[in-house]
Design a protein around this ligand. Structure first.
Ligand SMILES: Nc1ncnc2c1ncn2[C@@H]1O[C@H](COP(=O)(O)OP(=O)(O)OP(=O)(O)O)[C@@H](O)[C@H]1O
Ligand SMILES: [Mg+2]
Length: 264
């Protein structure tokens, strides 16, 4: 239990939106992730994945509840939290006028990777993420998939113990997605605690040690694939996901006195 490098307790975010009113983007989320473990956050569009991961990485302030990274509380010690994690999401930005090599050098340095080891680290990242062919081409000239790989590499440049990847394979082709999953599995073998969000069932099945099913801001189930199978009597993750998400939607429809079949 205390091996968890990341932990949340009733982590909640309520947004206020003019047309929708209060939006419970994350509703009492409890998750934990240990060293050498990949926890998958599996959820559909709008489930609350990005919101949850942004609170963990101190980009967003929780409405209530709490979260810790390496024992540091996200609200009390945001600098400590940021030192200890790498966060990739679709909004991770790159400087267009510099090269991937310069990008990695920059982010390793500003995040205080030991100066005398930076060059070796950058070389290692270029090799590991297979950026060799375009390591010295300006970022603005790269394809979107290439930029995405550079963005992910830059979030891990300072070698933090906790890695948070929000849908890191989303715009990658099949080969690059496979390659990235291999890299993430290697990082797990090095002892990183990895949170990985996806809406792709096969990806969660292949990569994650445990899967947390997030739907409508709530964690509906957490377990290894086998535990989820045993709990539901279902084999495929897609069926397990629909089992939980569907049951939840029916319950909500009942509360609203609407029959599921009558909904658009
Ligand atoms: N800044 C905001 N203001 C209002 N509502 C927001 C804001 N950010 C997110 N939301 C709402 O919170 C809910 C969860 O959104 P979130 O981006 O966390 O989902 P997600 O699981 O990452 O979805 P996706 O797979 O589409 O990336 C959605 O209903 C979304 O509209
Ligand atoms: Mg998202």
């Amino acid at each position: 239990m205390n091996d968890d490098l990341v932990r949340t307790e009733s982590l909640t975010k309520v947004f206020y939106d003019e047309s929708r009113g209060e939006v419970m983007a994350a509703n009492a989320v409890d998750i934990a992730c240990a060293a050498g473990e990949i926890l998958g956050l599996l959820g559909a569009n709008g489930a609350g994945k990005t919101t949850t991961l942004r609170m963990l990485s101190t980009v967003l302030r929780p409405t209530s509840g709490n979260a810790w990274v390496m024992g540091h509380e996200v609200r009390d010690a945001p600098e400590r939290v940021r030192e200890n994690l790498g966060f990739y999401s679709a909004s991770t930005a790159l400087y267009p006028k510099i090269t991937p090599r310069e990008t990695l050098r920059f982010f390793a340095t500003v995040n205080r990777y030991p100066a005398r080891k930076v060059e070796a680290r950058v070389d290692d990242l270029i090799r590991r993420f297979r950026l060799e062919a375009y390591a010295d081409t300006r970022v603005e000239r790269l394809s979107s998939g290439m930029k995405q790989k550079v963005s992910i590499a830059r979030t891990v440049a300072h070698d933090p113990p906790v890695l948070i990847f929000d849908e890191p394979t989303v715009a990658l082709d099949v080969l690059n997605a496979i390659e990235l999953r291999q890299i993430i599995a290697e990082l797990r073998a090095e002892g990183k605690a990895i949170l990985f969000s996806t809406h792709i069932m096969s990806e969660a099945e292949k990569l994650c040690d445990r899967i947390a099913i997030l739907h409508g801001g709530r964690i509906l189930a957490t377990g290894t694939l086998n535990e989820l199978r045993e709990g539901t009597g279902l084999h495929y993750l897609e069926d397990i996901f629909v089992h939980f998400a569907g049951v939840r939607d029916e319950a909500e429809a009942e509360v609203q006195n609407v029959t599921p079949g009558s909904r658009a």
